[in-house]
Design a protein around this ligand. Structure first.
Ligand SMILES: Cc1cc2nc3c(=O)[nH]c(=O)nc-3n(C[C@H](O)[C@H](O)[C@H](O)COP(=O)(O)OP(=O)(O)OC[C@H]3O[C@@H](n4cnc5c(N)ncnc54)[C@H](O)[C@@H]3O)c2cc1C
Ligand code: SF4
Length: 581
């Protein structure tokens, strides 16, 4: 029998950027908050001396343990989905701060067209440009309305960047100057400028200088230590919830964070959420945490799963194309991030120096910055060169055709170790009627609850956009002077590897409760006091990395939650949208 605890104003599930921001904002506004996190407590000190490539890069130490709970995956509706079993194939964060601690830190605002994709596509190219079976929609919020929330998140995180020459309206510059330009980044920027493009430095959550954010939290300057993506930062130089919103929430005295707390259900009665049920993973004891407002900020997979398990909202049915929970599942994995690798005989770079978001980029082929009239796809993506910092174990790039063992492999991997660069396309993905989440009918977690099942396959639209991006990256790599250029191949079908951590949708936002689950404050249409925050709200994916948009939406949701606590009501009125939105 679960023990019922004292009621609080807000219970938040998850402590990454989404859950951390909501916890801090609600606590700063004077509300009593309990934040539940399934993983263990960690802080910056725990990452001192963990520059252990085998443990973190190759064995994915910071990713969710898939033995007690994973997802299942299939391509087609008539197949049996199978569990995803290795951490390389599904990268979700787990301890305090979540995946927002092991992220790389590449920071992009999405383009105005990303938020109004349907109406702007029809306006420029006509309705026929939207392919049969594609679910795309305007978000119910414009870039101009998102701008103040982006600005707020960038200041909290202390983002370091320079203006995108093709960028959109900003109320302020980035709070810190861009990172240093390494020779590889300079080569990319100089070359693409000569080609007539508009390169700029990737904006980074690896800080270019020490910085105090508006909440009084201090971040340090990045040391280019190279052990960044898939690691926590012991210098406190990568902006993450552990050095920003979590201490901000705690110092109000209004927020209690309970780790090892695995949430299994959202509880509800008469159309209102009453709290959550969770298990303390150390003792196995069950608790009920009642609250006036329930917030899910537990990453796309758990946000989807908890709604399915708790029977909140109508689950999406692909046969009828009705229902909203699980609809518009999307993300950047597999076919995204393809491009070209170049090998240089006469140039050497110091690639063992780097940082998660050190890089150059351009937006010439993002959004609608280029004419799509004769192309078989809409939207686009950024083109990036990143200098993450090589790890000696994982770095063995050799030209295609080289044997992957023996003396030839050894000789070439040593020769090219500082002579190989990659340029890739961070392409957008659309939502489709056949890609969705549901509960698996066969496989369960340690508690006997059904796993989340993902049904996902590629479309010709994905393949056309990937091919376009690979061609552009290949041209750039050749112009950069690479002696050997190996373009990536477009995969035929999705291979169930959910790499990269950019999963989204399933609890998508919009204006019409028939097709969307949450409104533009991320408040559930069907349950006014339940807010579902994070990438799960994206109706389709933009052409850049997601976390700045998740941060901005989390500030937007926080405003909604505080408004709701003062005056409980539906914060946005619904409107009728197109059926295939
Ligand atoms: C290797 C890697 C590199 C990345 N680099 C970039 C990048 O450069 N740029 C970019 O924009 N994005 C990047 N991302 C994506 C980025 O990490 C995510 O977009 C971001 O962390 C999402 O924040 P969130 O708060 O929604 O989720 P998270 O930070 O993952 O937080 C969710 C939290 O919820 C907890 N939780 C889940 N289920 C439960 C439950 N049942 N009960 C209790 N707690 C639960 C989790 O343990 C976790 O702590 C990267 C991802 C990966 C994997
Ligand atoms: S590269 Fe910079 S931000 Fe990343 S972990 Fe090292 S010091 Fe921290």
């Amino acid at each position: 029998m679960a023990k019922k605890l004292k009621k609080v104003d807000v219970v938040v599930v998850g402590s990454g950027w989404a859950g951390g921001i909501v916890s801090a904002e609600a606590a700063k506004a004077g509300y009593k908050v309990v934040t539940l996190e399934r993983g263990k407590p960690v802080d910056r000190q725990d990452y001192i001396g963990v520059k252990d490539e085998l443990r973190y890069t190759d064995r994915y130490e910071m990713m969710q343990n898939l033995a007690p709970e994973t997802i299942t995956s299939r391509n087609n509706l008539d197949e049996e989905a199978l569990p995803v079993r290795t951490r390389k194939e599904m990268m979700a964060g787990t301890d305090l701060g979540g995946g927002s601690v092991h992220w790389a830190g590449a920071t992009y605002r999405w383009k105005p067209i990303d938020f109004e994709l349907r109406s702007k596509t029809i306006e420029r190219y006509g309705e026929k440009k939207i392919q049969e079976g594609m679910f795309i929609r305007d978000w119910g919020i414009t870039y101009d309305e998102m701008e103040p929330y982006y600005d707020k998140w960038e200041k909290t995180a202390g983002i370091s960047g320079e203006p995108d020459p093709l960028g959109d309206k900003r109320s302020n510059d980035w709070p810190n100057p861009p990172m240093k330009e390494s020779p590889a980044v300079k080569l990319f920027k100089d070359t693409t400028k000569k080609m007539g493009y508009h390169p700029y430095q990737v904006a980074s959550a690896n800080l270019s200088q020490s910085y105090k954010n508006p909440d009084g939290e201090t971040l340090a300057q990045c040391m280019f230590c190279s052990f960044c993506t898939q690691y926590g930062c012991d210098f406190g130089a990568k902006s993450d919830p552990l050095v920003t919103v979590i201490p901000t929430a705690l110092k109000t005295g209004n927020c209690e964070i309970r780790t090892h707390s695995y949430v299994r259900r959202v509880l509800h009665e008469n159309g209102k959420a009453t709290g959550v049920m969770y298990v303390d993973l150390r003792t196995g004891l069950e608790y009920i945490q009642p609250a006036d407002v329930v917030v899910l900020g537990a990453f796309a997979f758990t946000n989807n799963r908890l709604l399915h398990l708790s029977k909140i909202g109508e689950p999406y049915n692909p046969e009828t194309r009705k229902g909203v929970i699980g609809r518009n599942y999307n993300g950047q994995f597999g076919i995204t991030f393809l491009g070209a690798r170049g090998f240089f005989e006469k140039k050497k770079f110091n690639l063992f120096m780097g940082a998660g978001a050190l890089g150059g980029t351009l937006s010439d082929f993002a959004g609608d910055n280029f004419d799509h009239t004769d192309l078989d796809f809409i939207n686009g993506g950024g083109i990036e060169l990143r200098q993450y910092g090589h790890g000696p174990i994982a770095t063995n790039a050799v030209p295609k055709g080289t044997k992957n063992w023996g003396p030839e492999f050894k000789e070439k991997s040593l020769h090219y170790t500082n002579r190989s660069l990659v340029v890739w396309y961070t392409m957008a993905t659309m939502s489709w009627w056949h890609n969705y989440t549901s509960l698996d009918p066969t496989y369960t977690d340690d508690f006997g609850d059904p796993l989340l099942r993902i049904t996902y396959k590629y479309t010709d639209h994905d393949r056309a956009m990937a091919k376009f991006g690979i061609e552009k990256c290949t041209e750039i790599m050749k112009e950069m002077g690479a002696d050997i250029v190996d373009p990536d191949e477009v995969p035929e079908e999705f291979d169930h590897v959910y790499d990269g951590g950019h999963y989204a949708g399933g609890v998508s936002m919009g204006e019409d409760p028939e097709t969307s689950a949450v409104n533009n404050y991320l408040q559930m249409w069907d349950m006014e006091n339940l807010f579902v925050v994070g990438g799960s709200a994206f109706p389709q994916f933009g052409g850049h990395h997601p976390t700045a948009t998740i941060g901005a939406l989390s500030y937007r949701a926080s405003e909604g939650i505080i408004n709701y606590l003062k005056d409980p009501k539906l914060l946005t009125q619904p409107k009728k949208a197109a059926a295939n939105a």
